[in-house]
Design a protein. Structure first.
Length: 192
């Protein structure tokens, strides 16, 4: 393909190298993607999917505290799928280092503890976490009819790094490799 000829031997060597990389580095990749980046992605995606992003905001909207119940529920479901994936991966590859990979609700409680006012579910944890108080969506200040307004900053790292790196890596890993041997169906990991 693309002018590169590959013999069956080359494919076997490549497959073994990929397998080694998969086993040794997947833990760190999953931990970063699924504990940190996915929260940014889902909070952004579901917030903006309900709004006309061409109309400026009067104030920068709250990021975590502005999340709705649907976003909290989706984060919980994605996290449930991640925990099932972790279970299956550790069963198949006991040497993986996935100790830092926790359900998002557990991660929030471990990270913020008593700073969370209501630990009922992820939605209430996002909205009542003192550590998240006042954090806003990334915005660019614009002037409209002589008034200061705010538009989404889609050049911010949540969009330029978290989405392409995290979703693309997760999607490719999940569809091309992980699903093949885990047989896990994860409908909430597919953004819809």
């Amino acid at each position: 393909m693309y002018g590169i000829q590959q013999s069956p031997m080359d494919f076997t060597v490549t497959s073994k190298c990929c397998h080694v990389l998969f086993v040794y580095y997947i833990g760190n990749l999953f931990t970063h993607i699924l504990c940190v980046s996915f929260t940014h992605i889902l909070c952004s995606l579901y917030f903006y999917s309900l709004r006309d992003v061409t109309k400026p905001f009067d104030e920068p909207p709250l990021f975590y505290q502005g999340a709705d119940e649907y976003t909290g529920d989706k984060l919980a479901k994605v996290s449930d799928e991640v925990m099932e994936l972790k279970r299956v991966l550790l069963q198949r590859y006991p040497g993986l280092h996935l100790d830092a990979l926790h359900h998002v609700s557990e991660w929030m409680i471990r990270s913020y503890g008593d700073d969370i006012g209501d630990k009922t579910n992820i939605y209430t944890m996002l909205r009542t976490n003192k550590g998240y108080r006042g954090l806003t969506h990334p915005m660019i200040e614009v002037e409209v009819d002589g008034q200061k307004k705010f538009k989404p900053n889609f050049k911010y790292r949540y969009f330029t790094e978290d989405i392409p790196v995290s979703i693309a890596a997760l999607y490719l890993l999940f569809l091309s490799r992980v699903h093949t041997f885990t047989h896990i169906v994860a409908p909430h990991m597919v953004i819809s």
